[in-house]
Design a protein around this ligand. Structure first.
Ligand SMILES: [Fe+2]
Length: 199
């Protein structure tokens, strides 16, 4: 007799190391945006810029690399190409600031890039929620003997310098509060769409 488990409902999250890029330049660009007025989206007291100008020279290599990696991801997941970055914005979370649960509708993928040279442990992880989090929690929460991709209700990643995280726009996520009084948590978020998709 044979038996097997089939992976049906999985949420792919890709982490890519872009630390070879001009991190100092990108971080400086982000901090300059901090002087402008914040918009209010998922941010809870933190700063969030409006959409930045994607033709900015300092962002060119980042955007090109994001597209290359997204195309690889499309191939791995067997999704249609080509993809393009549709918009990008800056997030700056000071002490106590966080981002509430949200998703990014009408996108193929969304993601975040961390341009700073270091991120302290307590500056706030990004936390993803299982697509069936609420209903699954009733029956499976506290039943896990060990956490794995089948039984975890959430999955969290700490920000890593020069790394980008790409995930499906439909995956609910949040950013935990920055609990470091001496650190500005800087990141750039972005959306990726299929550039040939019909509305
Ligand atoms: Fe987000």
């Amino acid at each position: 007799m044979t038996s097997k488990i089939i992976d049906f409902a999985v949420s792919p999250i890709k982490v890519i190391d872009f630390s070879h890029l001009n991190l100092i330049g990108i971080e400086k660009y982000c901090l300059m945006k901090n002087q402008k007025q914040s918009v209010t989206r998922s941010n809870q007291n933190g700063f969030q810029s409006g959409n930045v100008d994607l033709s900015e020279k300092v962002l060119r290599n980042l955007i090109n690399n994001l597209i290359i990696e997204t195309h690889k991801l499309c191939d791995e997941l067997q999704l249609k190409k080509p993809a393009k970055v549709s918009n990008m914005w800056v997030n700056i979370n000071n002490y106590g600031n966080s981002n509430a649960n949200h998703l990014h509708p009408n996108c193929l993928f969304s993601g975040v890039f961390y341009p700073s040279q270091s991120y302290p442990k307590d500056c706030g992880n990004i936390k993803f929620q299982h697509p069936s989090h609420d209903i699954m929690g009733y029956d499976w929460d506290k039943q896990q003997t060990n956490f794995n991709k089948y039984n975890s209700l959430t999955y969290q990643l700490s920000p890593k310098p020069g790394c980008a995280v790409i995930f499906p726009g439909w995956l609910v996520h949040r950013v935990e509060p920055n609990l470091n009084k001496n650190f500005l948590r800087v990141s750039m978020s972005f959306n990726i769409i299929n550039s040939t998709r019909e509305k």
